[in-house]
Ligand binder design. Structure first.
Ligand code: SF4
Ligand code: SF4
Ligand code: SF4
Length: 380
């Protein structure tokens, strides 16, 4: 297959996602490592115009026999390059997945990694790709900023409800925290989310496994198997062997351990629409989480939906610095009086600070907000 054809396939794969990856040598290497020539050719034939198609549509777009189409879609789904689940009318739809959010990156590192040379190479190539993306965004920062503001929330924080002593974290209502009209009430208790679904799978944390392969193992936790998917996504994950089906009881046990490790519960909704049922819940660490790191690396803004904001009682605060250390988005600092101060613009209302504060000096204020923090401008 010619270089030109691989480039064509790469462009189609990139177009299926939201990040503007340039077609660089690194990206082409990822594509060549992951897709066979036959699969790349099939992608060009099948998904040039539409990323989602039924079998009948694929037959007419590609003019290939049904068996050949099924062979390709089966192998692509197996590697996490294609989502193949029935729609609400029961018709199976084949959707080409992008490189990331949610696509190849997530699925490749979601199975338990075996530290093969191929996996290590893939991890390194993705790391290089993120560096290239950083260059692009930083060099054209002002051009990207208006577009960033239109992105819907990437995730929604579901807060901790108990502190390390097992006591309920105080939740206050503050009229000054206005609820934007588009926000609706959603499950704010992680147990309520788990209880909504019959199909639940758990898979390995792809961010931590990506860092493991790079030799930067997580310093926050040893937990790896703690990413949940629900409903249709769960069925896909289980069918393709990316994760395993679990009971609600096991899910709650894993969540309990995640809380003990101080991991942030983040819920993901289809297209960022928080009035729709969750597709997945992650338990994130500040070391490895991709959404935190893409923001810190200056590639993407932090865009989060939350119903909470932390509130620190400085009369009680003893300035121990635990909350500063634990906050996943660096929203707390100690001021000149050695008291903790929280930046309201950055706080995603996760409650980690309240969970770990030894003096119970932190509570949560209820009120729906969208947090938007632009990526830092790292260059002049
Ligand atoms: S988003 Fe969080 S839990 Fe999910 S894979 Fe990344 S760090 Fe792990
Ligand atoms: S953890 Fe509590 S006591 Fe320690 S600095 Fe933060 S608010 Fe103050
Ligand atoms: S200050 Fe940090 S740790 Fe506390 S709720 Fe806000 S984001 Fe979470």
């Amino acid at each position: 297959m010619s270089e030109k054809q691989y480039k064509k396939a790469a462009q189609i794969i990139v177009k299926a996602g939201m990040l503007p990856f340039p077609i660089t040598d690194t990206l082409l290497e990822i594509v060549k490592l992951l897709y066979t020539e036959e699969e790349a050719e099939f992608i060009i034939k099948a998904f040039k115009r539409r990323v989602s198609q039924t079998l009948d549509q694929l037959k007419s777009t590609t003019e290939l026999p049904e068996e050949e189409i099924l062979r390709h879609v089966t192998s692509l789904a197996k590697k996490g390059a294609l989502f193949d689940q029935p729609n609400s009318k029961g018709v199976r739809v084949y959707r080409l997945l992008p490189l990331i959010m949610v696509g190849i990156f997530e699925y490749v590192f979601m199975r338990k990694v075996e530290y093969t040379e191929k996996e290590k190479k893939m991890a390194k190539l993705f790391d290089e790709l993120f560096d290239e993306l950083e260059d692009i965004v930083q060099e054209r920062y002002d051009m990207f900023l208006p577009g960033f503001k239109k992105i819907p929330p990437i995730d929604r924080t579901v807060p901790f409800h108990e502190n390390i002593e097992g006591e309920e974290i105080t939740i206050k209502v503050d009229q000054e925290v206005e609820a934007p009209e588009e926000n609706v009430l959603t499950a704010d208790n992680i147990e309520d989310i788990i209880n909504k679904f019959d199909d639940i799978t758990v898979a390995h944390c792809f961010c931590r496994q990506h860092q493991d392969l790079l030799g930067n193992s997580c310093e926050v936790t040893d937990m790896r198997e703690n990413c949940f998917t629900f409903g249709k996504s769960a069925r896909f994950v289980a069918e393709q062997g990316f994760g395993r089906k679990i009971s609600k009881e096991e899910a709650l046990e894993i969540l309990q351990k995640s809380e003990e490790a101080g991991l942030v519960h983040k819920a993901y909704h289809p297209h960022g629409k928080i009035d729709r049922d969750e597709t997945s819940v992650c338990n994130c660490c500040k070391d490895c989480c991709g959404t935190f790191n893409l923001w810190k690396q200056g590639i993407l803004p932090m865009i989060n939906a939350t119903n909470f904001l932390s509130d620190i009682d400085q009369e009680i605060c003893i300035g121990c610095g635990t909350c500063v250390e634990e906050c996943p988005v660096d929203a707390i600092e100690l001021n000149e009086n050695n008291k903790a101060e929280r930046n309201p613009e950055w706080c995603i209302g996760c409650g980690i600070c309240a969970h770990f504060c030894p003096e119970s000096a932190i509570s949560l204020i209820e009120g729906a907000r969208k947090v938007f923090v632009p990526p830092p401008k790292l260059r002049d």
